[in-house]
Design a protein around this ligand. Structure first.
Ligand code: AMP
Ligand code: TRP
Length: 340
């Protein structure tokens, strides 16, 4: 089935587990804003609190992080009038469809997920059942809206393939054309922002070194300092993208520049090729500060009025349910639940 029969609709989510990084901003948030503004899509964005609790979350911190993430979405340019913005637990249809998908997905599919293997580690017997089933709930997040497009960073690719497998198996098992086969949207120069200390490791909020990442709450001085100290090599910047192939740290900084400036890597190198890092780093620091500092200032301002954030999320959940509720009802009917 092609997705042309479905309303063009974007869904994506971020876990409110604390600490947004430049990776989240460039790999996810900024692209959510672009898809909101490009026109032609309904856009639905979610703080996936049910996913966050697959590993332990302190309740007070979870509340704080959910509101801070909402502030991050809005400060980055998500307009709660244009987009539907809410936290996952407030649209119960996600969990309800998640259960159905627990019965569609196979153990073997889940066992192959690299995020499961990484997060459960050696002690998988002690991981929560929710962590194992995480990708089935993620498929439900997407398919409860019949979403056709899902912008994410590179690390979510395997989960989106699984979402397609679940939709296809459901359609096939029940002989219907009900769920769309969703398109992942993994595009741009920054689908995988790397650590500032190690160009072959992903930039992550869980890295023990704070110098490895730029946090969305960092102030201008901290941002500039971290970029100045970022690991590089001694060569000048190349004239074209091929010259970055064996230079992970240089490639990462150029990718970050390109994504922040909304330019292609080649366009950036046409401008900075031949320069030393001593000259390029201050340019990157200025650009990063110009783009990020207003966001962190706005986040702090929005956090002053929690009641307003809560009102926005409640309204978003209401709008989310208007789409999700009839899709769940139809799913129950297809599966054979009396009363649906
Ligand atoms: P998470 O914080 O793990 O819930 O991730 C939220 C979104 O940010 C997902 O779409 C991720 O793919 C994206 N993301 C996280 N870290 C990075 C990174 N270092 N580079 C690009 N995208 C990222
Ligand atoms: N698993 C995603 C992450 O860790 C978050 C997520 C949950 C998500 N449900 C989603 C992303 C649905 C896109 C669509 O980044």
């Amino acid at each position: 089935m092609t997705d042309t029969t479905f309303t063009p609709r974007v869904f994506s989510g971020i876990q409110p587990s604390g600490g947004l990084t430049l990776g989240n901003y460039l790999g996810a948030m900024k692209r959510f804003v672009d898809m909101q503004n490009v026109g032609g899509f309904e856009t639905v964005y979610c703080m996936v609190d049910l996913h966050a609790i697959t590993v332990w979350q302190d309740p007070a911190a979870l509340r704080q992080n959910t509101r801070e993430l909402a502030a991050g979405f809005i400060a980055s340019g998500i307009d709660p009038e244009k987009s539907i913005l809410f936290n996952q637990s407030q649209v119960p249809e996600h969990a309800q469809l998640g259960w159905i998908f627990n019965c569609v997905a196979r153990m073997g599919w889940m066992q192959r997920m690299t995020q499961w293997k990484d997060k459960a580690g050696k002690n998988s017997q002690n991981a929560s059942l929710g962590l194992f089933g995480y990708p089935a709930l993620m498929a439900a997040d997407i398919l409860i809206y019949h979403a056709t497009h899902v912008p994410v960073g590179e690390d979510q690719k395997q989960h989106l393939e699984l979402t397609r497998d679940i939709a296809a198996k459901f359609n096939n098992d029940f002989g219907v054309d009900f769920f769309p086969i969703t398109e992942p949207v993994i595009e741009g120069a920054a689908t995988r922002v790397m650590s500032l200390r190690n160009g072959s490791k992903k930039m992550s909020k869980s890295d023990p070194s704070d110098a490895s990442r730029i946090n969305m709450t960092d102030n201008a001085d901290t941002i500039a300092k971290k970029i100045r100290k970022a690991k590089t090599d001694p060569e000048p910047l190349p004239e074209s993208a091929e010259g970055l192939a064996e230079r992970p740290e240089a490639r990462n900084l150029v990718n970050i520049y390109a994504a922040l400036a909304d330019q292609s890597v080649d366009a950036v190198l046409a401008e900075v090729g031949g320069k030393q890092f001593g000259e390029f780093k201050p340019m990157l620091a200025d650009l990063a500060v110009a783009k990020l500092a207003p966001i962190s200032t706005e986040m702090a301002r929005l956090m002053q009025d929690q009641a307003e954030i809560d009102r926005i999320l409640a309204r978003g959940a209401e709008r989310g349910r208007e789409i999700a509720s009839p899709i769940l009802k139809k799913t129950y009917e297809i599966v054979g639940m009396v009363g649906s």
